[in-house]
Design a protein around this ligand. Structure first.
Ligand SMILES: Cc1cc2nc3c(=O)[nH]c(=O)nc-3n(C[C@H](O)[C@H](O)[C@H](O)COP(=O)(O)OP(=O)(O)OC[C@H]3O[C@@H](n4cnc5c(N)ncnc54)[C@H](O)[C@@H]3O)c2cc1C
Length: 400
């Protein structure tokens, strides 16, 4: 049996695992990534907010990715529930809080490719086997499906929502399934999107168009699972007609222009983001419904925090309990707050309950009408910062 010893083993080669491996290596630790290369092509994109873009910039991969990304300069929310308390559409503009854009919409496949290429360029070791088993005492040991045993002082588990490491470590995870699924695809359209992302809040869930460069956008359509399956199986012409109707033709004629995907909607919250010599990152540590573009941004914030703590540790034991305790404290509060917000909004749409409609309508109406409130919400919700922090100077997130 082959044995290998490293400082840090990162499990899972999705976007979060790849980024975590780059951050751990950049902090000067001998790092190994474990997991098969992701092959999913499902038209899924991620709207990455400024802090996540800053992390990618620190890896040196942002300039190339930026040319494939759509800028989100405004976000429009349209209440399309038919509720009596429907407020007028509300538009949030990044310029109002001194930002060039709230974020950039990137195809997941392009992001994963860019991260993987950088990992290979830096010659960070990568074993493309699955992890079969995990145990821990003074050190962590991973048994890989190819028979290798990998010993590490810290394991970063970025092995996704069904994390095997989380389960083997005995960290409890509570799953909530929603009666919804997200249908994803890419579109080409007749009219320019004007760098505006539009979210139609419908009873079955949000229908969101997110800009890509040129006359292209990505679509995340949260709806009943049967309807999502019908969209998946529809001809291009049927799908185009459904999207034009769902979007009230704001982009004119549309044409499907990429792979399609379907993800059942679930939320997962974990009892702890850490264990002995273990840190959970990305969907291994939190799953949110795809509303308000929070999921991968939270995953990238996990990585940024781990990177910061590892750099501060300056070569000392990366799996030391105080370091992990700081990571847990820093991440668990933010994850909980954002999960509550996303879950609350989704449930209020599903409920079809007049008092909840009134509260949602009033909230959106207040955000639309009261500048300071709207700006505080934008800083908290989209810029990934405290609502009370001072605005960043314009142009900080400019593409380089
Ligand atoms: C429809 C939709 C739209 C979304 N839009 C946005 C958005 O706009 N903005 C945003 O921030 N987020 C968004 N998200 C969330 C985002 O897509 C996820 O947070 C992100 O993809 C999770 O990445 P991850 O690396 O944590 O997990 P994954 O991508 O699931 O990667 C996990 C990896 O672990 C590997 N693995 C699993 N088990 C093992 C094992 N035993 N050994 C080794 N490897 C293993 C898998 O092969 C996989 O490659 C969206 C999600 C959905 C569903």
């Amino acid at each position: 049996m082959m044995e290998q010893k490293v400082d840090i083993a990162v499990v899972g080669a999705g976007p979060v695992g790849l980024a975590a491996a780059l951050a751990a290596a950049a902090a000067g630790y001998e790092t190994c990534l474990v997991g098969p290369a992701a092959e999913r092509r499902d038209g899924r994109t991620a709207a990455l907010m400024v802090p996540a873009v800053e992390l990618l910039r620190s890896f040196g991969i942002w300039p190339a990715l930026a040319s494939t990304a759509g800028a989100l300069r405004s976000l429009r929310i349209v209440d399309d529930t038919g509720s009596l308390f429907r407020p007028p559409p509300v538009t949030f503009r990044a310029a109002e809080i001194g930002l060039e854009a709230f974020g950039w919409n990137v195809e997941n496949a392009a992001l994963v490719e860019a991260l993987a290429a950088e990992l290979q360029r830096q010659a960070v070791p990568w074993r493309t086997s699955l992890v079969a088993d995990y145990e821990v005492d003074e050190e962590a040991r991973l048994r890989l499906a190819d028979g290798t045993v990998l010993r590490a002082r810290l394991v970063i588990a970025a092995d996704g929502r069904r994390s095997r490491i989380r389960e083997a470590a005995g960290i409890a995870a509570r799953q909530h399934r929603y009666p919804q699924a997200a249908f994803t695809t890419l579109l080409r359209h007749e009219r320019p999107h004007g760098d505006v992302s539009t979210e139609f809040h419908r009873r079955a869930g949000p229908f969101t168009l997110v800009p890509l460069p040129g006359l292209r956008s990505s679509l995340v359509w949260v709806t009943q699972p049967r309807h999502a399956e019908r969209l998946l199986a529809a001809s291009d012409a049927e799908l185009a007609a459904a999207v034009e109707s769902g979007s009230h033709s704001i982009l004119g004629r549309v044409e499907p222009d990429g792979p399609r995907g379907l993800v059942p909607l679930a939320a997962i919250s974990v009892a702890s983001m850490t264990g002995p010599r273990l840190a959970l990152a990305g969907e291994a540590g939190h799953v949110l419904p795809p509303i308000g573009a929070q999921g991968l941004n939270l995953g990238m914030a996990d990585v940024a925090e781990l990177g910061r703590l590892l750099r501060e540790a300056g070569g000392a034991d990366p799996g030391a309990a105080p370091l992990l305790a700081r990571y847990g404290r820093a991440r668990e509060t933010e994850v909980r707050l954002r999960s509550l917000g996303v879950d609350g909004l989704n449930r209020s749409l599903l409920a079809g309950f007049a008092p909840l409609d009134a509260v949602r309508g009033l909230g959106l109406g207040l955000l639309g009408g009261i500048g300071p409130l709207r700006r505080a919400a934008m800083r908290a919700g989209f810029a990934g910062r405290s609502p009370f922090s001072r605005p960043e100077p314009r142009g900080e997130a400019r593409r380089s």
